[in-house]
Ligand binder design. Sequence first.
Ligand code: BGC
Ligand code: NOJ
Length: 811
Amino acid sequence: MRFGHFDDARREYVITTPQTPLPWINYLGSEDFFSLVSNTAGGYSFYRDARLRRLTRYRYNSSPLDMDGHHIYIKDGGTVWNPGWQPTKTPLDRYSCRHGLGYTILEGEKDGICAAQELFVPKGDACELDRLTLTNCSDRPRELDVFSYVEFCLWDAVDDSTNFQRNFSTGEVEVEPCAIYHKTEYRERRDHYAVFWSNTPVTSFDTARDAFCGVYGGPADPQAVRAGHCSGSIAHGWAPVGALHIHVTLAPGEEKKILFGLGYIENPQEEKFTDPGVINKTRAHAMMARYADDAQVDAARAALADHWESLLSGYQLQSGEEKLDRMVNLWHQYQCMVTFNMSRSASYYESGTGRGMGFRDSCQDLLGFVHIVPARARERILDIAATQFEDGSAYHQYQPLTKKGNRDVGTGFNDDPLWLIAATAAYLRETGDWPILEEQVPFENDERKAQPLMEHLRRSFRFTCTHLGPHGLPLIGRADWNDCLNLNCFSEHPGESFQITGPSEGPVAESVFIAGMFVKYGREYAELCDRLQLADEAAAARRSIDAVEQAALTAGWDGAWFRRAYDAFGNPVGSRECTEGQIFIEPQGMCVMAGIGRETGQAAQALRSVEERLDTPYGVVLHQPAYTSYQLNLGEISSYPPGYKENAGIFCHNNPWISCAETMLGHGDRAFEVYRKTCPAYIEDISEIHRTEPYVYSQMVAGRDAPTFGEAKNSWLTGTAAWTFVNVSQYILGIQPTLDGLRIDPCIPHTLTGYTVTRRYRGAVYHIAVDNTAAVQHGVQSITVDGKALAGNVLPLAAAGTTVQVQVTMG
Ligand code: BGC
Ligand code: NOJ
């Protein structure tokens, strides 16, 4: 069952009922100012950091769900309704929600009045614009009262939701005829405030929540809206809000547009603070002037559309396979941008207060993003590397506003260091920007401890070399990619294992997954050493890699698949010797991607075992059999009921690893099958089972052991976005950036007869036409570049600004 449809021409997903199984959201903004907006206008806004600079409140896990947001009320006589249906839930005659590239349009119609609420964050500005278009579709004149309403958050979202004894007394506002300023904290010589304004003369306003909503009213039934006017309240403490009321008259057929804006202003030191009671509004006035009339708002919308057009033009596919084209050209890349911006901080499942930017997460997000804006990827790599410790280990997370490592979560995830190599190598393959390796980057954000980025990578590599266990496999530490596999953790309280502050490393537990990573990314590191003429270092690195590869093939091998780990007692995890958790997906994917066991046949055997034991109609589950009871020696993984999350859920993130691994063996049909099973557009028809947005990936789908098999959770912020795009663009469609240029090596379903990709790369544009009339899955017979035959499959680098025609014949 569907709740909407894709509109490919407009690059939108169109939701046609407000009652989707869960709120289906979109992200506005891709620079500093961000808003989350659901298909019923729920959501919130923040500046850079969802925890430390939260502009508006949002109550998670509330009942009813999704009541706080960007709300516009229309009072038409005795009827009050919202174009996005919530929060009044007045039945609409017509409803649609269009989620597009950085904008959302909610359209409602009631009794002959059409209202379209168009929300977006203009490029280069720190504000959200909400433009309301009202049309009188009836044949009589109409009088309406429009109210726009936001509830301010007192900046630090954690403090805001906990420290009420203080916060009920700090709130302050200022009011101008068409603007409400939220200036709590300004008194403390802070330099920021928010402004909520309209470009249309305001009839009445409120700034105190109780005055607008009524103490027992709430956004579903605000007393001011019911009364048809606001009371001009000024908030003194309690809950400051922005509510603007505009009385509108409409002749039959007449249309009127009203703009509401929510801006964030930060005054530079020299401009701020003349009088503690009065804010400096110069910048706010300038912001409002930028959107004073409709043509300016149109221009901002057009600039945003151009921006996205140019971002996405770096990789465009025409394959004739509608769903594939739609995902590759638009939604995969769009989700990559969002995960790059948000890491795992703010979604409808991540509160914006818990996790900032993940070290591992952001490095992986970059793999799918780097071709979109390489310069931002560069900056991100340097930020991440600056949180690393001198021994190569890393803070697991950092706060985007301060860029400082998060001490509460700390360190000890032994895969983290290697992801920095993965990200940097991917950046170099995309850009050829070798000077980045010479950039001075501090350790632990301490400028006194600055070293070239290459030294950071060296320490990342060495961290694994110096943390090997009894089988010659890398020590796992607190956990590796699988946060919940806590083999050195003996906490009696499962949920707490992630926060444990005790010894972060047990003595001996080892990870075959990290072994795979070390071989894969270690080789990439050695290649960098080659290029920097560090021949001895490269040779030594390869000796260490070969030794770990051997360990993976022996101690890491279980007979028909790669083992997952050894626990702190030296017992195998992910082995037929275990009663539960006999086989895990992660080492099969990562080891085969690393090329381990390709010659020996072990790689092919491992993937056959995945297909036999882990595959389901909705994707590949994390392990089998699921753990039925909590086990101290395994940690959080066994704290989940069978089939959920890391306990044998379908973790979408590592499904692409299996797909990539299949391409390494030339299995294009199977690689595509794995891709397709979790791919949003391909499962749109089962939205009532899947429940989350059908245009983006979710972190997890309940596995076959779960009573709700097929139900997804935690949409949007997942490494799946990046890995899927890497998989489909590089491994399946086979356009692979290397240090020397684009390598062409498709591995596709044999039924795909051909396709073309337009790829922007190092300033040139490559039109690559692939002919597969031979109906093979893998193998390039010939390549011509601008009509001339090419030896090998790496395209020579073209001069920036030029366009190259490439013809590839498979066979
Ligand atoms: C969750 C994991 C998550 C980890 C890190 C765990 O509780 O189950 O999925 O990766 O926390 O926050
Ligand atoms: C979510 C985390 O953000 C990610 O880093 C981790 O790898 C997965 N969960 C699996 O545990």
